[in-house]
Design a protein around this ligand. Structure first.
Ligand SMILES: C[S@@+](CC[C@H](N)C(=O)[O-])C[C@H]1O[C@@H](n2cnc3c(N)ncnc32)[C@H](O)[C@@H]1O
Length: 313
């Protein structure tokens, strides 16, 4: 680092420290002088490295899928029930969060490739903000799932992403955790092909990561052996009847003690389908296992991620 770089780093550190009172400052000084600071710095760098890998995969995916990241063979329909029932093709825009983080979206907006607003009546200034939705989880959400929510050691565990789409969750599990088996089940064949190409391109260990082209309800035996389920909101992909069927299927086949990670509370999902009361005893919400890791990144946007354990069938 040049002298200018060091001056600028010192300036930024002083800016932060100047906001602290005496007790907090003493605690930070103690941390910086300790071994644990060195260990934390090493972890931070490892996380940054994994993030770089995921970002690179995102860049490769951009070359394999259309800009909107929706496949020609897909029929994606705004939901008729639940908290996203007000979405329609005029007020909603899909931008895949795994492919484009907030900074990248800002670049697209500045270039005019993505609009943030739509006009309520043409040629007027009477505009409304578009609702941005993403069908994939962001890199930040994946980091939170594997580095804060779930336990640190997943070596003996099998994980399934239900509806693995472009594979974001699978790559997150691969680079952020030591989970021994990672299964992506996806009903759309084109999406399966894209995931397989990425696994191949990045020489991932195919004994550890696997894609199954199927309806999840047709692979009961694998569901029954799985320890960790990740389920991103499915509303845009299944109608209300199928959605309900899927939750009855999960209640019947997910084994007791398994973990379930969702990006909307189960109360909200099941209430939207009018079946919440039937499921109340099935789940228990858990506190994050690795809260100490919250020092490594900004977790502000991760409040919609939930961890549950399955109580019984
Ligand atoms: C919201 S996307 C989730 C993407 C991915 N899990 C993530 O979080 O990045 C939901 C995916 O589920 C798939 N899907 C819907 N119903 C399914 C089913 N019954 N079995 C397998 N996949 C399904 C859809 O094709 C879609 O790609």
């Amino acid at each position: 680092m040049s002298d200018d770089g060091i001056t600028s780093a010192k300036c930024r550190i002083l800016e932060i420290l100047s906001d602290l009172d005496g007790t907090d400052l003493a605690s930070i000084e103690k941390w910086i002088c300790s071994q644990s600071y060195k260990k934390d710095l090493k972890t931070k760098k490892e996380l940054q490295n994994s993030q770089k890998f995921l970002k690179k995969i995102g860049e490769s995916l951009k070359k394999l899928v259309p800009f909107e990241a929706e496949m020609p063979t897909e029929t994606i329909v705004p939901p008729a029930a639940g908290d996203q029932a007000d979405c329609n093709k005029h007020n909603t825009y899909h931008i895949d969060e795994f492919l484009y983080d907030e900074d990248q979206v800002e670049v697209l907006v500045n270039k005019g490739k993505v609009k943030r607003n739509f006009c309520l009546d043409c040629n007027s200034r009477n505009i409304e903000k578009l609702t941005f939705i993403s069908h994939s989880m962001s890199r930040q959400a994946l980091q939170y799932i594997f580095k804060v929510l779930l336990p640190n050691d997943l070596e003996s565990k099998e994980l399934m992403d239900v509806g693995s789409r472009l594979g974001a969750v699978l790559y997150g599990a691969y680079y952020f955790s030591n989970v021994s088996k990672i299964v992506g089940v996806e009903i759309n064949k084109e999406c399966c092909e894209v995931q397989k190409r990425i696994i191949n391109q990045y020489s991932m260990d195919v004994n550890r990561i696997k894609i199954i082209h199927s309806d999840v309800m047709d692979i009961t035996d694998i569901v029954e052996c799985t320890d960790i389920f990740i389920i991103n909101v499915l509303d845009f992909f299944v109608d209300v009847e199928k959605h309900k069927k899927m939750w009855y299927f999960f209640r019947k086949h997910i084994k007791q003690g398994s973990y379930l990670v969702t990006n909307r509370s189960m109360a909200e999902t099941l209430n939207g389908l009018n079946i919440f009361e039937e499921f109340m005893d099935w789940l228990t919400i858990c506190k994050p296992y690795q809260l100490e890791n919250e020092i490594f990144f900004d977790v502000e946007d991760c409040s919609e991620l939930y961890l549950y354990t399955i109580n019984k069938k």
